[in-house]
Design a binder for this molecule. Structure first.
Ligand code: ATR
Length: 272
């Protein structure tokens, strides 16, 4: 059977094996999918070893997505824009192709939960890899504008300058109070991982704003609880993004589109 892995450090809590085994079951594919803990200083060797053993594809997670970009001989447009690879495909001759499906996962989950992004004003918090990974797919949705706001404003400015797109703007947190209303707010900071909340002005939140946190857990993140407390009706965590990015990886590897919504329901009840 074809063999796949998710490579990261740490990797213990990864839900990817569960998700991909569900996809394989749906489609009656015979695959193996396991977790691979790579030492932080030998990611490349870990991938090479996996390829030598006949591995067909790998998902890459923290902290290796940028290193994964370096070792791939072929890159998709999304991977190039993201500066990071979350999906490696091993071709017949051993060449590595790098993709990034995180943005697809985000945009798909946003659309399913909140409707079209067309003409929407989108606020994205954070200016790290999570934001960078999603900007190109978000811009392709024909949004009205995207504001990247970061605690350290210079990083937001840098990322916006790099993408150089007429609909993309940067901000610090305080100035957000003076912005016209946003339709969607996406938390792409690492704050939720520490049960923390980005210190944005509460004026940003209103009844109709759609709030999304890329982080997920067994209960709503501190950020989503805060949005609700400030009056937002619609809050969604990042579990759907995880499942949809996985579905896209699966499709890249095996040319068949799994039913992500089914697996999302199962994963949600597994985490409860
Ligand atoms: P990743 O690659 O996963 O996005 P990163 O590059 O370390 O991780 O970026 C983390 C992001 O979360 C940064 O934008 C960081 O803000 P700073 O640039 O100001 O450090 C943001 N971040 C982390 N903790 C935060 C917190 N408690 N409040 C607000 N922003 C936070």
């Amino acid at each position: 059977s074809d063999s796949y892995v998710v490579i990261g450090n740490p990797i213990g809590h990864s839900q990817s094996p569960f998700i991909h085994h569900q996809f394989a079951q749906q489609l009656s594919h015979d695959i193996e999918y396991s977790k691979l803990l790579a030492p932080t200083n030998s990611f490349k060797a870990s991938v090479e070893d996996f390829v030598k053993k006949g591995g067909r594809g790998a998902n890459v997670t923290i902290p290796f997505k940028e290193q994964a970009l370096e070792i791939c001989q072929v890159l998709s447009e999304e991977a190039r824009a993201a500066g990071a690879v979350n999906t490696i495909t091993v071709s017949k001759d051993g060449t590595l192709k790098g993709d990034n499906t995180d943005g697809y996962g985000l945009v798909t989950d946003l659309r399913l939960n909140f409707g079209t992004l067309q003409d929407k004003r989108v606020l994205i918090l954070g200016a790290g890899g999570a934001t960078r990974g999603c900007l190109l797919p978000l811009l392709k949705e024909e949004v009205r504008a995207i504001v990247v706001a970061n605690r350290t404003e210079s990083k937001a400015v840098a990322i916006v300058n790099e993408f150089n797109h007429k609909k993309l703007f940067s901000s610090n947190f305080d100035d957000l109070a003076k912005e016209p209303e946003f339709d969607v707010i996406i938390n792409a900071t690492a704050a939720s991982l520490n049960n923390d909340i980005p210190a944005i002005p509460s004026e940003v939140i209103h009844v109709d704003i759609h709030c999304y946190d890329m982080v997920y857990g067994s209960k709503p993140t501190a950020f989503l609880e805060w949005c609700r407390a400030k009056g937002a009706n619609k809050v969604v965590d990042g579990l759907g993004m995880l499942v949809h990015q996985a579905a896209k990886s699966y499709e890249i590897w095996r040319n068949k589109k799994p039913n992500a919504s089914d697996v999302l329901l199962k994963l949600r009840s597994k985490l409860r």
